[in-house]
Design a protein around this ligand. Sequence first.
Ligand SMILES: Nc1ncnc2c1ncn2[C@@H]1O[C@H](COP(=O)(O)OP(=O)(O)OP(=O)(O)O)[C@@H](O)[C@H]1O
Length: 442
Amino acid sequence: MTIMLTKMESVMQINLNDINNDFATMLNAYDCPAILVTPKYQILASNQRYIENFGAIDQGQPAYCYKVSHNNEVPCDQAGEACPLYAASISRRKERVLHIHHSPRGKEHVDIEILPILDDKGEIKFFVELLKSVTLAKPKIGNNEMVGASPAFNQLVENITRVAPTEASVLLVGDTGTGKEIAASAIHLASHRKTQPMVILECSGLTETLFESELFGHIKGAFTGATYNKHGLVEVANGGTLFLDEIGDVPYELQIKLLRLIETGTYRSVGSRETKRSDFRLICATHQDIFSMVERGEFRRDLYYRINVFPIHIPSLNNRKDDIALLTTAILQRIDDSGRYSVTDSAISLLKNHDFKGNIRELRNILSRALVLANTQIIDENVIKSCLEIDRKIENNSKYMIDLKSNEQRYLQRLLECVNGDKDKAAALAGISTRSLYRKLQ
Ligand SMILES: Nc1ncnc2c1ncn2[C@@H]1O[C@H](COP(=O)(O)OP(=O)(O)OP(=O)(O)O)[C@@H](O)[C@H]1O
């Protein structure tokens, strides 16, 4: 085979087609698009799946992977991008990377695996490149997928693509509004559990009873108000995915119950003695630094290691500002699918200079507001300025409110000190009822 392959390179222009047919047959053994590439980036053959997905490669002249897939004039590594072929030629092992490719469907994320083929002297003769289209994200406007094309977003998609088909528990860490829930859905939809439900439990603000009855269900009569048997979310998630949002907000004393569930896959409905079993894949999300919470004794270490099998950081919008134009168009289309509205370049520049504390959700709110404030179908710099101005006013007001509240607390504490803690007296002096004083002190 070695001789033939070496010979093929030198005689490629003469009888390329015949030899390529042999390789194409070999590549057809792969159940995904596959091509054979030389160390000089030339594509020698492609399989039927490749032709169906990306179109036939013109055999009339040499075709290079960087030109065919990226429309680049130079190899990716020379264009400042990660090149799996280059990486595999250095490591001499299988390499995997996520790339954005041109395809008949437009730009799309492609999960690329490249395997070097060595000759009997150990030199790399060829690479087999496997190309799997990633459907969970889009580098162009899509309907409900995650949208983005920035390096930080591509890294996120790569992590999701890797972990989704496994059973590993995932911990999504990111600030509010960065897209943790949409990432959890993407993992679920790219997993083999996608035909089963993904069940979401928002863990913030749940009391012990509510947390248990939501998660494990309850039987009739288990507590006051339990007038019927209720299935818990864990039961509904059987076969699918359980997504626990804001896991850092689960009170310490409840964490042990969660740990038991994760460790054994078993639980009991509130008020029931029957032990039930559920097979679910766990995804958790948080905006908090859970490791620091463990160090401070606020989060159980054993639970932390159970949920943190594969952590994924969700980048903030400020760290993926290159995506703002794409996200703006995609979100506008999702808010108003008539396609009437367009955004000017200067409006996009203004958005790019904004400090997005609320991330993509904040961008969405700004755009919803823009549709209300725009007098025409063009969203320009002035409309965006007015939208941002509303936020600034609210922010200033809320700062004032926070000051007022803490001033009130300070005033009431001083008053209580003056009357030696007598709440009735303090309330009378403040001109409020004793009940109101208690409420304000909570
Ligand atoms: N990559 C993305 N492409 C398009 N829309 C996105 C993307 N990421 C997030 N969004 C949109 O931004 C909004 C916030 O996303 P999501 O609710 O997933 O964030 P979150 O991190 O879970 O927020 P929170 O921490 O407040 O629960 C949603 O409307 C979501 O559809």
